[in-house]
Design a protein around this ligand. Structure first.
Ligand code: FAD
Ligand code: NAI
Length: 475
């Protein structure tokens, strides 16, 4: 096996494995090192996303939504379900199978693209612009060299100070995806993306869920109108979201956790939970890289410092994904991975940060791209807004899910689309049209003039674009 590579990628998550495939496609002799182990100690490439993130969370969101529909949604369609039963073991088993299919898929893609895979931890031994020596500590220890190195070592869940994760009672995303008995009472600290997604899963399966959020506003980064609507809908489902709280002491007993906190009115409160998920953000992972050995620069928050092109302070060392600035999203990591491989090949790799979509996979889903109304106001940009509710969409009525809306924000003068915000059914799929439109710098009128299939949810997108010019047809 070759030990000298043109490109070595450290980390096999969406940033790393995609960078490796693209580098190999471009003709580089490429290796990817990843240390993630499956329950048998074997390789499990795909990183956080595949093992304890995007994929398993979406598998459980789907299963739990089916369970909720069977229990509460089917009756209105004239379907009676008797003797409904939850086999949580089977549900978790299915999730694990989906994860394994993705792990295996990546190993297959490495073979197909002739990427050499190393299972173990990669760390820098020494190096300079002429090449880098990297130690791989796996079942055996070996040394490989690379002309170019792409670091894609991802992120880890952030713990509350003094409250480490034990993954039994105090859970990070890893434990939250593997609870073997539905907790009666589940506490969630942080009403961000993970808190809302995992809170939804366990609420649907029968837990009483209390979410404790420090900020006074619900989903502060989301367009306010959309966030308000989402808060209303999720609260109606039974998710108990408490904003503006200050977390005090957390005590783990044998079978439960107590959380002392001050509520938004300043009153002391205490919650007792069977499990506690702490989802207060993630920290970049540079553990074990031995970055000091080569003088790799980190920023003040511990991220690898990079420029707009993902170049680090060292020649031919690049970094992508969660370990660098920007949103912690799998598709952002992938785009950066592709762009870096292309830059190494002398091409003009490109990532447009203005058109990275966000999706929160609650029900209804929340998705957006571009600027929020509050950002446009703060920037002093003159804009027009158009909204269209799913209540007035025929397909949504037929589906039996009429919650939410589509909202367009367009430049007041040029009509260029500046942001699109959706809370509603299949928002994750609908947002793609807005991303394409914004990438091509389309106007709201462009979308309004495009023929959309009937009956489809996408007609709500067209109608919201028409509403920018105050001429929605069905509302
Ligand atoms: P990672 O996926 O973290 O991969 C890094 C890899 O590097 C890991 O396999 C790690 O073991 C390995 N590694 C680290 N150090 C070394 C070393 N020294 N040597 C060898 N290997 C090393 N994003 C979305 O876009 N959509 C979603 O729906 C979504 N859902 C999520 C749900 C949850 C619960 C969580 C926690 C995250 C979710 N994310 C989602 C975020 C997404 O998972 C991350 O943005 C993405 O995984 C980042 O990719 P990455 O390649 O930068 O890092
Ligand atoms: P997050 O940043 O989305 O939310 C963290 C929340 O915790 C914030 O609302 C914050 O105000 C709150 N918080 C912070 N400290 C607190 C404290 N001491 N007490 C109470 N509340 C506190 O982070 P989260 O949910 O941990 O997810 C991490 C990242 O993973 C996300 O930002 C996202 O990038 C990614 N992710 C993406 C998903 C998707 O794309 N669908 C799904 C899940 C995660």
């Amino acid at each position: 096996m070759s030990k000298n590579f043109d490109v070595v990628v450290i980390g096999g998550g969406p940033g790393g494995y995609i960078a490796a495939i693209r580098a190999a496609q471009l003709g580089f002799n490429t290796a990817c090192i990843d240390e993630w182990k499956n329950d048998k100690g074997g390789p499990a490439p795909g990183g956080t996303c595949t093992n304890v993130g995007c994929i398993p969370s979406k598998a459980l969101l789907q299963s739990s939504e089916h369970f909720e529909h069977a229990g509460h949604g089917f009756a209105e369609h004239g379907i009676e379900v008797k003797g409904l039963n939850l086999d949580l073991g089977k549900m978790l088993g299915r999730k694990n199978t989906v994860v394994k299919q993705n792990n295996d898929g990546i190993l297959y893609l490495f073979k197909k693209n002739k990427v050499t895979f190393f299972h173990g931890r990669g760390s820098f031994a020494k190096g300079d612009a002429s090449g880098y020596e990297i130690k791989v500590a796996g079942a055996t220890e070996e040394s490989i060299t690379a002309k170019h190195v792409i670091i894609a070592t991802g992120s880890n869940a952030r713990a509350l100070p003094g409250t480490p994760f034990d993954e039994q009672l105090i859970l990070s995303n890893t434990g939250a995806l593997a609870i073997t008995e539905v907790p009666k009472k589940l506490g969630v600290i942080g009403a961000g993306v993970i808190g809302l997604e995992m809170g939804s899963v366990w609420r649907r399966l029968g837990a009483e869920v209390t979410v404790l959020e420090a900020l006074p506003a619900f989903l502060g980064a989301v367009d306010e109108q959309i966030a308000k609507e989402a808060q209303k809908l999720l609260t109606k489902q039974g998710l108990n979201v408490n904003l503006g709280v200050k977390i005090g002491e957390i005590k783990a007993g044998k079978k439960s956790v107590t959380v002392e906190y001050t509520d938004s009115k300043g009153a002391a409160q205490k919650g007792e939970f069977d499990k506690l998920i702490v989802s207060i953000g993630r920290t970049p992972n540079t553990i074990g890289l031995n970055a000091e050995a080569i003088g790799l620069k980190l920023d003040e928050r511990g991220f690898i410092a990079v420029d707009g092109d993902c170049k680090t302070n060292l020649a031919n060392v690049w970094a992508v994904g969660d370990v660098v600035r920007g949103p912690m999203l799998a598709h952002k990591a992938e785009e950066e991975g592709v762009a870096v491989a292309e830059r190494i090949a002398g091409q003009h790799g490109h990532v447009n940060f203005n058109t990275i979509p966000w999706v929160i996979y609650t029900s209804p889903e929340i998705a957006w791209v571009g600027k929020t109304e509050q950002q446009l106001k703060a920037d002093g940009v003159a804009y027009k807004a158009g909204t269209f509710p799913f209540l007035a969409n025929g397909r949504a009525r037929a589906l039996g899910d009429t919650s939410g809306m589509v909202k367009f924000l367009a430049d007041a003068k040029t009509d260029e689309i500046l942001g699109v915000h959706i809370v509603g059914p299949m928002a994750s799929e609908l947002i793609s049209e807005a991303v394409v439109a914004m990438e091509f710098r389309a106007s709201a009128e462009d979308i309004a003039r495009i023929c959309h299939a009937h009956p489809s949810l996408s007609e709500a997108t067209k109608e919201a674009a028409l509403a920018v010019d105050k001429r929605a047809l069905n509302f």
